[in-house]
Ligand binder design. Structure first.
Ligand code: GUN
Ligand code: ZN
Length: 434
C-alpha cells in the first residue's frame, strides 16, 4: 500500500474556488507537500506534518519550487503544430494560404502520428496537462491524437473536424460521411481512459446548415460529449457568415438554430459579440475560450474579459496554436493581461491562472478530475521554478529584499516573464512525463 504512495515536497499552490467570487480562493503552503496514491491526490499540507504522518513514504524533493496543478489549454489546433508564425494577413486568407494546405497532410496516418507526438511533447514541456484540441477532417488525425495521448495517459478532449463547403476537396466530408465517422469515433474513444469526444463543426463558413444540424442531433444523442467551434473571431468572417445565413440575425443564431449552444459547448474567440449574443451564451452556460496570442497575431480584435465577466459568462484561456504564437499557457496569460490593460481592466494573475486550471476544469464539468489538488482528483501537476532567467532572479531578489515576495507577486512575474524554461517537470497521474 505504502509503495503506491508518493510525497512531493515543495511550495503548494492551487485554487479551491473562483477568485472572482471568493477572497480565499486558493491554498498556498510554503514548505508544503503533495501526497498522492495510485495516481490521485490524497492530500496537501505542511511538509513536516505529512512527513511524520507517512513515515516510510517515497519522497521527491522539489524544495524552493512551486507545485501546481497542470495547465489546461481549452482551444488548440494540433494539426497546426508545424505552422506557428506564418506571416501575413487576417483569418480567412491565413486559413486558405497556410492552414488548409498544412491540414491536408493529415490524410496520411504516419504524418498524423508524428505530429501528434510532437504536439503532446510540446504541451508537456510547457506544463500543459490537458487540452481541448482540433485535429483535421481526417479520421486518421483523430485516432492518432487519441492514441498518442493515451500512451502518455493524458486527459484529452478532441473530435473530427466537420467541413462540407468552402474548403479544399481533400478536407471536406458531407452530412452522411461526417456523421458516420463521428459515431464510430465516439464509440471508440469517448469515455475510454482519459479521452472525451468533442463534436467539432469547424465554423459556420465551412459547414452547410444541414451539417450543423446533424452535429446538433449527434450531441443530443450523445449528450455527455462536448461541442467545439469558432464564433465571431474576425469582422470579415462575421460579414461572410451573415451573408451565407441570411435568415439569421446574428452569428450566434446560426449555431443556436442547429442545437449547438449548450452547457458543454466551447466557443473559440467570441471577440465581436453583441450584448444579446453574450446574454444568450450566458443563459445557455456555454463557454468562451479566449485566445489572446492568436487574436493579436491575426489582428482579430481585443476580447473584453470584464464585459464577459459582467454578463456572467464562463471564460477560459487557450493558445489557439497555430494562429496562437506559443504553446505556453504562461505566455498566453501574459498576453491576455495586456489585452485587458488596453480595455481598462487590470486583470489579476489569480483570474488568468484560474482560467487556465480549476476554472477551465469547472467549465468543462471535470473539476472532480483535474484542475486542483482537491483529494481524489487526478495527480496532473507541474513543478515550477519561478526564477530561472537572470531577469527573473533579479526581480525575485529585489522583491525578497523589499519584503514583497508574496505568492501573487511571484505568480504575476511568472506570467509576465515566464515560459517553458520555468517548467522543471510535468507529471500525469503521478508519473513524470517531462
Ligand atoms: N476559424 C476557423 N478555423 C480556424 C482556425 O483554424 N484557426 C483560427 N484561429 N480560427 C479559425
Ligand atoms: Zn481555433
Amino acid at each position: 500500500m505504502q509503495e503506491k504512495h508518493h510525497l512531493f515536497k515543495g511550495d503548494i499552490f492551487h485554487f479551491t474556488k473562483s477568485p472572482l467570487e471568493y477572497k480565499d480562493s486558493y491554498e498556498f503552503i510554503p514548505n508544503g507537500a503533495l501526497v498522492i496514491a495510485d495516481g490521485k491526490v490524497l492530500e496537501t499540507g505542511v511538509y513536516a506534518s505529512l512527513k511524520s504522518k507517512y513515515a516510510s513514504i517515497r519522497e521527491t524533493d522539489y524544495s524552493g519550487q512551486l507545485l501546481m496543478p497542470g495547465l489546461i489549454d481549452a482551444h488548440v489546433h494540433y494539426a497546426q503544430t508545424e505552422m506557428l508564425g506564418m506571416y501575413g494577413k487576417q483569418l480567412l486568407d491565413w486559413l486558405n494560404d497556410y492552414t488548409f494546405p498544412a491540414e491536408l497532410q493529415f490524410n496520411a496516418a504516419d504524418h498524423a502520428t508524428r505530429i501528434a507526438r510532437s504536439f503532446i511533447e510540446e504541451l508537456l514541456r510547457n506544463g500543459t496537462t490537458s487540452c481541448v484540441a482540433y485535429p483535421t477532417v481526417h479520421t486518421n488525425s483523430v485516432n492518432a491524437l487519441f492514441q498518442v495521448a493515451s500512451e502518455y495517459n493524458m486527459r484529452l478532449i478532441t473530435g473530427k473536424i466537420l467541413m462540407d463547403r468552402n474548403a479544399p476537396e481533400g478536407l471536406t466530408d458531407n452530412v452522411e460521411t461526417g456523421e458516420k465517422a463521428c459515431r464510430e469515433l465516439i464509440e471508440k474513444w469517448h469515455g475510454s481512459g482519459r479521452n472525451s469526444y468533442a463534436i467539432t463543426p469547424r465554423f459556420a463558413l465551412t459547414s452547410t446548415p444541414e451539417q450543423l444540424r446533424m452535429a446538433g442531433r449527434l450531441h443530443a444523442l450523445y449528450p455527455d460529449t462536448y461541442i467545439q467551434t469558432h464564433l465571431s473571431e474576425n469582422r470579415n468572417e462575421i460579414a461572410s457568415t451573415l451573408a451565407l445565413y441570411p435568415g439569421c440575425s446574428d452569428y450566434l443564431e446560426v449555431y443556436e438554430r442547429a442545437g449547438l449552444i449548450t452547457d458543454r459547448t466551447l466557443l473559440g474567440h467570441g471577440v465581436h459579440l453583441s450584448d444579446s449574443e453574450l446574454k444568450r451564451i450566458a443563459a445557455a452556460k456555454a463557454i468562451i475560450a479566449h485566445c489572446p496570442t492568436s487574436n493579436l497575431f491575426l489582428g482579430s480584435g481585443l476580447f473584453e474579459m470584464k464585459r464577459a465577466n459582467n454578463m456572467g459568462i464562463q471564460t477560459v484561456l487557450a493558445t489557439d496554436v497555430g494562429a496562437g504564437t506559443s504553446f505556453s499557457m504562461l505566455k498566453t496569460m501574459a498576453e491576455s493581461y495586456k489585452i485587458q490593460q488596453t480595455t481598462g481592466y487590470s486583470m489579476s494573475v489569480l483570474e488568468t491562472l484560474y482560467k487556465s486550471t480549476l476554472g477551465t476544469a469547472k467549465a468543462l464539468n471535470m473539476a472532480d478530475k483535474t484542475g486542483s489538488f482537491l483529494p481524489g482528483t487526478e495527480a496532473d501537476f507541474i513543478v515550477v521554478n519561478s526564477a530561472t532567467t537572470p531577469t527573473q532572479q533579479l526581480r525575485r531578489d529585489y522583491l525578497v529584499r523589499s519584503g514583497k515576495w508574496t505568492i501573487e507577486n511571484q505568480l504575476f512575474g511568472l506570467q509576465t516573464l515566464g515560459d517553458d524554461r520555468n517548467i522543471s517537470a510535468t507529471y500525469l497521474m503521478g508519473k513524470k512525463v517531462w
